[in-house]
Design a protein around this ligand. Structure first.
Ligand SMILES: Cc1cc2nc3c(=O)[nH]c(=O)nc-3n(C[C@H](O)[C@H](O)[C@H](O)COP(=O)(O)O)c2cc1C
Ligand code: SF4
Ligand code: SF4
Length: 276
């Protein structure tokens, strides 16, 4: 069984994780099960990894690392007994910094054997231009080649494999500091979305899909009262475009990354070496 675990507030990570899972399933002639840990209720019912399972763990990159508010959960959930595993991170064309090293490190600490690791460019949820159209055909063809290499390694899994050498630190001390257009740090940690009551149809969709369970209700309208990780799920899912982030520090950061990181970045892939 291939078990694909993924966190994907706006669907980019899910798209890539599903492509990789389906491909590995076909190559290994194995059943594939997908387990989202995006929503609070999903995090209560995640299955245990069993003997013989291959694990794919997929997460978006937030501020150069695994999203801060999911980190404790990932640390607890990534437990196995020598199962082979594939680490997958998605990033919005800026950089994945320490995220892949952090995920591979947590896999090793949780008793998994990382066989492959990949960083894929996806749309940056803050922007309509950054990473737009990614993954494209070329990215997916590269992901297919990676899946073939991983499948080949898995067929010789009893051989000794090297530690995968991915860039970055497994135990970074800090997160990437978002900057504004004037290069000063952008302080939008406390920013929250707002709702235009004239556009809101009170459908309740945003309340359902918030990964932090942070959207309540007041007089039929969404109330953003809990922790906000800026994942953009509410804004992107709202059918009428009623939700916006208007915080000036946030908007200045978005303008900065759109200007600085417009050139297409590349996906990167790493596969363990067979030692003997
Ligand atoms: C809070 C936050 C921080 C992010 N930080 C980075 C980053 O450091 N580097 C980068 O390239 N993309 C960054 N992104 C973009 C996401 O990694 C990218 O859009 C990802 O595909 C989102 O995954 P999803 O579509 O599964 O929600 C960030 C997105 C959010 C919401
Ligand atoms: S998803 Fe949009 S329209 Fe529906 S309740 Fe939320 S803000 Fe209103
Ligand atoms: S309120 Fe914040 S955490 Fe919740 S869906 Fe919206 S952006 Fe994400």
């Amino acid at each position: 069984m291939i078990r694909v675990f993924y966190f994907s507030p706006t669907g980019g990570t899910w798209q890539v994780a599903q492509h990789l899972g389906d491909r590995l399933g076909a190559l290994l002639d194995a059943e594939v099960e997908y387990h989202s840990y995006t929503l609070p209720r999903e995090r209560e019912t995640l299955p245990q990894v069993e003997a013989g399972d291959v694990v794919v763990w997929a997460t978006p990159v937030y501020a150069g690392r695994i999203p801060n508010k999911t980190l404790d959960y990932v640390r607890r959930a990534l437990r196995a007994d020598g199962n082979p595993a594939v680490a997958l991170v998605t990033f919005g064309n800026r950089a994945y910094d320490n995220a892949l090293a952090e995920l591979v490190g947590l896999m090793e600490e949780g008793g998994m054997r990382p066989v492959g690791a990949a960083a894929m460019v996806t749309r940056h949820v803050f922007s309509d231009t950054l990473g737009a159209g990614r993954p494209n055909e070329e990215d997916l063809a590269e992901l297919d080649r990676f899946a073939a290499q991983v499948a080949e390694k898995l067929s010789t899994i009893n051989s000794q494999l090297s530690i995968i050498d991915v860039p970055g630190e497994a135990h970074p001390e800090r997160y990437y500091t978002p900057l504004k257009t004037n290069n000063a740090p952008a302080g939008f940690l406390k920013a929250k979305p707002s709702c235009n009551s004239g556009l809101c149809t009170r459908c309740g969709e945003c309340q359902e899909i918030c990964p932090m369970g942070s959207i309540g209700e007041q007089d039929g309208l969404p109330a953003f009262d809990g922790i906000c990780i800026k994942c953009q799920a509410c804004r992107r899912h709202c059918p009428t475009g009623a939700i916006a982030f208007t915080d000036p520090e946030y908007l200045s950061h978005v303008a900065m990354i759109e200007r600085t990181f417009a050139a297409p970045n590349q996906a990167e892939f790493f596969v363990a070496e067979t030692i003997k």
